[in-house]
Ligand binder design. Sequence first.
Ligand SMILES: Nc1ncnc2c1ncn2[C@@H]1O[C@H](COP(=O)(O)OP(=O)(O)OP(=O)(O)O)[C@@H](O)[C@H]1O
Length: 309
Amino acid sequence: MTSILRTENLSHRYNSTWAIRDINIEVEQSGIVGLLGSNGAGKSTTMNIICGVLNQTEGSVYINGIDLRKYPEAAKKEIGFLPQNPPLYTDLTIDEYLTYCAQLRLMDTGKIKPAVEEAKERCGITHFSSRLIKNLSGGYRQRVGIAQAIIHKPKLVVMDEPTNGLDPNQLIEARKLIREIAIDHSVLLSSHILSEINLLCKEIIMIEAGRMVFSDSMDAFNNYVQSKIMLLRMENPPPKSDLLRIQGVTQVEFLTNKQARVYFDGSHEDISERLITASVEQGWKLKEIALDKGLLDDVFKQLSSQSPQ
Ligand SMILES: Nc1ncnc2c1ncn2[C@@H]1O[C@H](COP(=O)(O)OP(=O)(O)OP(=O)(O)O)[C@@H](O)[C@H]1O
């Protein structure tokens, strides 16, 4: 089956330095693929090129097998795009705005009204149809942004940091909506937050400083990234020097007076055993011991030094 998205050695420079270099992405027909990278890694550049908003310096983009550079109109029919700052016209109502977006997508006049109704229904914004966009909350504006991205029923929906800046309740709703959209569309979604990608995506592509450093399933990623940090919570913590005396411990950082981050060498099973034994012997009253995978900087360092790409 043809991949819905394939990029070949995608490279771009805005000035003399490359913003992205040799990005090779392949997205199959359904589900959510995450594009992870720190700020400035090249996520927006990659997504803008994939959506035909920016012309690449080198390389190719194929949407459902169609060369985007050669046949932009045909290829763009299959793409919906939610950029980092959704292109909302805030003085229009939701109905006016979505109708305008459908016209820009060159949809047949007779199909526009039902398409607007369907997109509103899917995004849960029907009850605000005649409300001006400027009078909507951030979460609802994001839904309108998603509605414009799916109005023409594209096969691929590209979302640039769609959960950025949402409050915790809006976040839950936005994730739910994205999962629903992914049932019958392929979704490529970017984030600089590893846990966000972990929650939503079945596959992950990671870029760092414009280069692809990882591309595989989320499970493979979690197995690949071996954390070298333990988080300990103790009722009666020892001094730092005692922790540093334990074989394999290389660094200790107290986050609160009861919680410590312990960096180690060797296997985590060995170090856990030594820490637990020391806790029993020395009476630290260990309440929690867990691997800490949350430090994206460490993951980047580990992957960029290990990856063959
Ligand atoms: N219009 C531009 N002109 C010059 N340089 C640019 C331009 N847009 C982006 N860059 C540079 O290209 C690199 C990649 O930027 P890009 O916005 O693609 O990264 P990003 O991963 O999306 O980051 P963020 O999450 O901060 O948006 C950065 O070094 C950035 O400074």
